[in-house]
Structures are given as C-alpha cells and as structure tokens.
Design a binder for this molecule. Structure first.
Ligand code: BGC
Length: 415
C-alpha cells in the first residue's frame, strides 16, 4: 500500500515536472578554455531545473561570426531562445520586433534594484527588459609574465612610452614583447586601449560615442594612429589570424611578455591553474590606470511560440542574475559580477581591482564604453571603425594623418 502511494506521488511529481520542462537553445561564442567552462555553468544550472540546453556555439572571438549566423537563423523565422547580444545590438534587435519581454521575471526578482541603472537601461527595449546582463568585463588590461619581464630587466609599463622602452629591451632579450592576434576585433581592442591613453576619457567618448567628426579626424587622433602603428614593431610575424586565446597562451608559456586584452584573458590563466601576482600580472593598459573600458556580456531573449520553451527561457533569465550563478560564472570568466551586492570574498586581486576601478570611475569619471566590443556605438559605425583600423595596422606604409581622415569619413558614411 505504502509503495503504491509512493509510486503514485512520484508519477504525479514527474508529470508535473515534465509539463514544466522545456528546451532552451542558446547561441554564444564562448568556446575558448575559460569561456567554455563558464558557459557550462549556465547549462548545468538550467539542467538542474529539469530543462534541456541545446548548445549553439559559434566559435570566433568578439562574436562576429556568431552574429552573422544569428541573422541567418532569425531571418528564416527560427531564432534560438536566447543569444549573446550586447549593447547597441540589443536595441537593433528590439527595434526589429524579434525580442520578448522579460518584465515579469525582472519585477519578481527586482532587477531594477540589483543592477546599475546604466546597464539596466541598455537591457531594455521600449521600457521593458528584453535582455539580461551576465557580467562586466574590463577591456583595458595588460597581462604580463613576470618571469619574462625579469629576464628582460623591465617592470610593468605604466605609460605608452614606458611600454615602447620595455618592448625594446624584451625584444633584445629574445622574447616577443606583445602577444597579439591579427584579427579585426583584436586590432580594434588594441587600438581603443591606445586611444584611451592618447585621447583621454572625454575625447574618447566624443570620438566613439558621439561620433564627433572633429575629434575623429583631429590631431589627437592622428597621434593615436601614430602610437598604434608603433605597437606593430613589438608583435611577431605569425600574428595574422591568430586567436586571442592562443596569444594569451604565449604569455602563459613565457614566449611573449605581455598581451593587451579584456579580462576574458584571465579566464585562460585561471583555466591553466595560474595565480595572479605570482604566475602572471594584471595591470591597467599603459596610461589608463584611472579609466575603465567596460564590456557587458548579455543574452537577449527571442519571441517563442512553445509554452514550455517559454518557461525554460524565463528560468534561464532568472538563473543568470542569481547570486550563485554570478559568482561561479564570473570566477571562471575573468569578469566581475554585474550585481553590485555580491560577496566578493572568493574573487582574486585582479577582480577586486576591477570592481574597485569600476565603482570609482562610475563616480569620478573615466568609465567609458568599449568601441571594439559593441558598447559605444551601432554595429554599422563599429564596422566602419574596424575596417579603417585593421587596414591601417596591416599596411606598413599607411599614413596616420590620412587614417584619421578616413576614419571620420567611414564613420560618417555609416551614420
Ligand atoms: C566578449 C567576451 C568574450 C570575448 C572573446 C568579447 O566580445 O564580450 O565574453 O570572451 O569577446 O571571445
């Protein structure tokens, strides 16, 4: 009798569970070591709730390939449940009518209270949440191998001039000064770090947020290109096409001294079991100690027809902003939690420095959106900047003055 009752209860429970279980198909480009580990956390937490995770990973740092694939799928009327879409792109997808409102989940879980307003605003289309932020990446970081620096007799450069001086010594000592992958988004990431030091935060914003023609074509921008060009002397000949995580591994292995890259690079050091301050150093990109270039990863949610899948979608949205997920995910990813009410005791010195600078620059100025990572302007203007920057960087004879003029022209055409 007792057994029968238990079986009955179990079958009622499991059918209730099955009725709620749905599938989420999630498009992302997190395929490098630290990234994949981070994505796996989300999959696992969703599956623990009885739902199914259909992985839709499209490799390619910075997400250009992922965005191309997403467009094809969405246009054919078969979008995934959620896709890694950031910044201005959220508004573009919202405007096209593809996204679904998450306001019920947002209200139940007090998203307006737990998120910085600046970030919450970007997640909304027409006043309603259509996307959920995952983290805050700082892009203007320099990653260094202390053993290589020591062998070359240099310390961590804090200005561009120091960087070039250290680079010469590192080269003379037989190492590659700067690990870099010659791909447009990596060129743009390096370019914006140089631009931040040379322009300063105000002119950086004028150039890449306001798209101010005078700043884009002006003397300071000419100097940005001049300094950026010098960077090329410190990169090895095998850089074209190299993935960012391969560049990071060159620093990890001691083939190269430094990499200028967002803190997803830390995910690679962490996955390799390396400890900051001991095996590697994180420092602000030269000359940008009091600035913070932010890059917020987020998932936008598409309109679905199937009721069970809609439920799974909402469970995913809720999970992303849970404290448990925020902690484990960001420990693996190298970023800091997007919730500011988190216990940070498990985070390392790089993450604590990042959080500190994030808060400080938000109050005192110096917090700027990343152009290279889709935070500062539309994908059209960003694409125009990428083209000019990459063509310039790959042409030995390119002229900085002409490049600044081309930059303004290209951006204007994309406005
Ligand atoms: C994303 C990161 C990612 C990096 C490299 C950036 O645009 O925001 O999450 O790790 O690209 O793929």
């Amino acid at each position: 009798m007792k057994i029968k009752q238990t079986l009955l209860t179990l079958s009622i429970l499991s059918s209730a569970f099955a009725a709620q279980a749905g599938e989420v198909e999630v498009l992302h480009w997190w395929t490098a070591g630290g990234e994949a580990k981070s994505a796996a956390v989300l999959k696992q937490m969703l599956e623990q709730q009885g739902h199914t995770w259909k992985d839709f990973a499209v490799a390619g740092g910075g997400g250009e390939s992922a965005m191309t694939v997403l467009k094809t799928r969405a246009v054919s009327g078969n979008p995934p449940s959620a896709a890694q879409i950031k910044g201005h792109d959220i508004q573009e997808w919202g405007g096209l009518g593809f996204l679904t409102s998450l306001d019920d989940v947002a209200q139940q879980n007090h998203w307006d209270d737990i998120l910085p307003k600046m970030i919450a605003d970007v997640m909304k289309w027409d006043g309603e949440y259509v996307a959920v932020p995952v983290n805050v990446h700082r892009v203007n970081w320099l990653w260094a191998n202390p053993a290589v620096l020591k062998k070359a007799g240099v310390s961590v450069p804090t200005t561009l001039d120091e960087f070039f001086a250290a680079g010469d010594k590192i080269k003379a000592a037989g190492f590659i000064p700067l690990a870099h992958g010659g791909q447009p988004w990596q060129d743009a990431t390096l370019f914006e770090a140089v631009a931040l030091e040379v322009l300063g935060s105000d002119d950086y914003v004028k150039a890449f947020v306001d798209l101010d023609m005078d700043v884009l074509s002006g003397d300071k921008m000419v100097n940005v290109f001049t300094q950026f060009k010098k960077m090329h002397d410190y990169i090895d000949d095998n850089s074209p096409g190299r993935d960012w995580n391969v560049a990071t591994s060159m620093v990890i292995n001691g083939d190269a001294a430094m990499q200028i890259m967002g803190d997803w690079a830390k995910g690679e050091f962490t996955a390799a079991g390396k400890v900051p301050g001991q095996d590697y150093i994180c420092a602000p990109a030269p000359g940008t100690a009091n600035q913070f270039t932010y890059n917020v990863d987020s998932f936008a949610f598409f309109e679905l027809k199937n009721a069970e899948n809609q439920k799974a979608q909402k469970a995913l949205a809720k999970t992303i902003l849970s404290k448990d997920f925020q902690e484990v995910f960001n420990l693996n990813k190298g970023s800091i939690p997007v919730r500011l009410d988190m216990d940070m005791s498990k985070f390392d010195s790089c993450a604590l420095a990042s959080m500190d600078t994030f808060k400080k620059t938000a109050k005192q100025g110096g917090l700027v959106p990343s152009m290279a990572h889709g935070m500062s302007t539309t994908s059209y203007a960003q694409g125009a900047i990428y083209d000019v920057v990459t063509n310039f960087f790959n042409d030995k004879n390119a002229d900085p003055k002409q490049a600044a003029q081309q930059l303004a022209k290209a951006v204007k055409a994309a406005m």
